[in-house]
Design a protein around this ligand. Sequence first.
Ligand SMILES: [Zn+2]
Length: 184
Amino acid sequence: MQVDYRPEKSVVENNGHVIEVQIEDPDGSVPVGNKDYEIKRFHVHTPSEEKIDGRRFDASVHLVNTSADGETAAIGLLVEEGPPNPVMDQVVPLIPDTAGDENEAPDRIDPGGLLPADDEAFQFKGSLTTPPCEGLEWIIYRQPATMSGDQLAALRAAYDGNIRPIQSGNGRPITLGRVVSGGQ
Ligand SMILES: [Zn+2]
């Protein structure tokens, strides 16, 4: 698969469960298998919903991409505290205090700026923690992205512990491969 995100017109929303960035009229695309997906939104969980080898991370970011025929591919990023994330520098000041509120970003936001440098990723079939629930492609980057302590604190101040318990794999295979990231 190849991830080709572009800077997009975006709105930062407090939807009552997560802080979510809605992408308006996306330009970038994510081919998975023989299908093209477009990014619709991304949101943050604190701490991470995923664990790798039993380790939970400070946060995770889920990028939700959909195809023309309504299939969904979710890209997950684990986050550990470190250097500030440039994308979150744009998002954090726009976090609405009140559920149901949203703030339009003055500049385009590039979801590709969230991705870690190393493109090794796990891929499996799974679900979203909100409907639609099954049959999703999941791609989780192995290398964590970073956010600063201040960025994580701002996200926790909005929602902390907005995660679902770890689920059984139910025998589903998890493969590890490489993602081609970045635009041309
Ligand atoms: Zn999520």
